[in-house]
Design a protein around this ligand. Sequence first.
Ligand code: CA
Length: 73
Amino acid sequence: MRFRQRATYVGMLLLVLSLACNRFNDRDCGDFPTWRTAQDFYLSEGGPDKDRHNLDADRDGVACESLPGAPRH
Ligand SMILES: [Ca+2]
């Protein structure tokens, strides 16, 4: 009986942890095929004000400068 209770608690803990991990799906520049797709995603996620995915390290409003199609500075 105790084993069953512990197994239930562990199962519930794993479920809660997996839900918490899936809530924020971190994206990196390497997840995007082109700069345009990265930039569109970056802007849709709040742009320079939020940048939860850290796609714009230098905070100039342009995400993932290393990707093909990025504007030159
Ligand atoms: Ca930038």
